[in-house]
Structures are given as structure tokens and as C-alpha cells.
Design a protein around this ligand. Structure first.
Ligand SMILES: C[S@@+](CC[C@H](N)C(=O)[O-])C[C@H]1O[C@@H](n2cnc3c(N)ncnc32)[C@H](O)[C@@H]1O
Length: 239
């Protein structure tokens, strides 16, 4: 039988990848961004202008890495957090227990086909989730953001990206493709999963195509570069 390479955008493939990385993802993410990931989360969540009493959806929530930043702005509101990896969600449950003042509802669902009702969200945030989506899946994701937001609602997302300056681009890709797998190997004994993060980032580039998809779905957008483009993001509103 002929060997067939896995489809790296297949939902089952991505889900297994994050299941396997769930125990180490947060640490590797922190180390691999030189500690910037925490700051980028604060910055991109800030762009969503979350206020007291709102309903916020965290799409592709992982282990809840964005919740500290959300909870700083969301008094008396509700957070609906969604991810399809059971491994990531099990750890998210621990984090929920550490944030008793926040009303967090956790759902194991595909962000591209969720059961959330139209217009249910005042705000949507998504941290580092869109690089594992293909072009077609990003289009579906954008239509879901437009569907879930109420009119006047706002969203913000961020993703690790390839910086545009050649010197930083070379250094950063070397780091993503060769150093992070070593960190993953030391922590997990498996460099292959973390090597995939470099592969996804290389294919993804930056948030420009994500922004175009959001615009095509009727959202007003603003583009953001974080630290010379090592991460990029899109925020905006549904008119
Ligand atoms: C890189 S992690 C990001 C986690 C977290 N939001 C953060 O800020 O670090 C990406 C997460 O997206 C989830 N994910 C990817 N595609 C998804 C989809 N279609 N539906 C639901 N979750 C998805 C993965 O399971 C993983 O937990």
C-alpha cells in the first residue's frame, strides 16, 4: 500500500496533536515566545474592549490561557469557552476552578460548527488558534465569528506569525523549526509534535488572509502587528 502523508488540517489530526501536547503546551508556548505570549494575550484581549456583564466566547480556548486577561475586564459576565481537544479541556477545568469569580461554561465542540446560537456573543476572542486552519476552514471560521456576534459586538484574535523583516524572519523561523522541537523533546520526549507548530506557522504566514476572510463576512476590521510581526492579530466589530 502507498504511504499517504496526513492532512495536517484534518480535524482529527489537529485534535490528536493538541491532545498529545496538552500537558506541555502552555510551558512550551511561553518559552518559545520568550515570554511574549502572555503579553500578546493581554494586548489582543484588550483590543476586544470587554466590559462588565458581557457574554464572551473564547473560541479554541486550549487550557484557558486567555482567561486571566479576560477576567481582568469581565466583572459579572459570562465566558463560554470552546475547544475540541479533550486533553486541553481537562486542564482547562483545573483553571476554571482557580477562577471562581468567573462564570465559565466549557464546551467540547468544533469551533467551525458549534451549537452556539446566532448573535449569542457580545465579544469573541481567539488566541493562537487559527494557524491550524486551512484557507477554506478560515473562511468558515470567519463566517462563524460573524454569525455568533450580536450586531455591535466585537472580536479580537492573535496568532504567531512570520515577521516581514528578513533578519528577524530568518532567526524566528530557525527558532520555530529547530529550537522549539528541542524544547518539546526535552519536555515531552517528542520533538515531532512541536515541529508541526513551525510547519503550521510557515504555511500560515500572518493574519492578512484571516483578515480578508473576516472582511468578506461583513466585519469591520483592524490589523495588528505585535513585536515586529512575530505575532499578528485582527480585531473588529459586526456592524
Ligand atoms: C495553539 S492552541 C491555543 C490555545 C489558547 N487559546 C492560547 O491562547 O494559547 C490551539 C487550540 O485550538 C484548538 N482547536 C484547533 N482547531 C479547533 C477547532 N476547529 N475547533 C475547536 N478547537 C480547535 C486546539 O485543540 C488547541 O487547544
Amino acid at each position: 500500500m502507498k504511504f499517504r502523508a496526513p492532512d495536517i488540517y484534518d480535524a482529527g489530526f489537529v485534535e490528536r496533536l493538541f491532545d498529545e501536547m496538552s500537558g506541555t503546551y502552555e510551558r512550551v508556548n511561553y518559552l518559545s515566545s520568550f515570554g511574549f505570549s502572555r503579553r500578546w494575550r493581554e494586548q489582543f484581549v484588550g483590543e476586544a474592549s470587554i466590559g462588565p456583564g458581557m457574554t464572551v466566547c473564547d473560541l479554541m480556548c486550549g487550557v484557558g490561557e486567555c482567561w486571566e486577561a479576560v477576567s481582568a475586564q469581565l466583572a459579572g459576565g459570562r465566558l463560554v469557552a470552546l475547544d475540541f481537544s479533550g486533553g486541553m479541556l481537562r486542564l482547562a477545568e483545573h483553571r476554571r476552578a482557580d477562577l471562581p469569580d468567573l462564570d465559565i461554561s466549557l464546551r467540547r465542540e468544533d469551533a467551525l460548527a458549534s451549537s452556539l446560537r446566532d448573535g449569542c456573543a457580545d465579544r469573541i476572542v481567539c488566541g493562537f488558534g487559527v494557524k491550524t486552519l486551512s484557507d477554506e476552514q478560515r473562511e468558515v471560521f470567519a463566517s462563524e465569528v460573524a454569525r455568533l456576534l450580536r450586531p455591535g459586538g466585537a472580536f479580537s484574535l492573535v496568532e504567531v506569525s512570520i515577521p516581514r523583516g528578513w533578519w528577524l524572519k530568518g532567526l524566528y523561523m530557525l527558532y520555530l523549526k529547530h529550537i522549539i522541537p528541542i524544547i518539546g523533546w526535552v519536555l515531552l520526549g517528542n520533538p515531532e509534535n512541536y515541529r508541526m507548530l513551525g510547519v503550521y506557522t510557515e504555511q500560515f504566514g500572518d493574519c492578512r488572509s484571516m483578515r480578508n476572510a473576516l472582511v468578506r463576512n461583513g466585519l469591520r476590521t483592524t490589523y495588528h502587528d505585535y513585536f515586529f510581526g512575530c505575532a499578528s492579530g485582527v480585531s473588529g466589530i459586526k456592524l
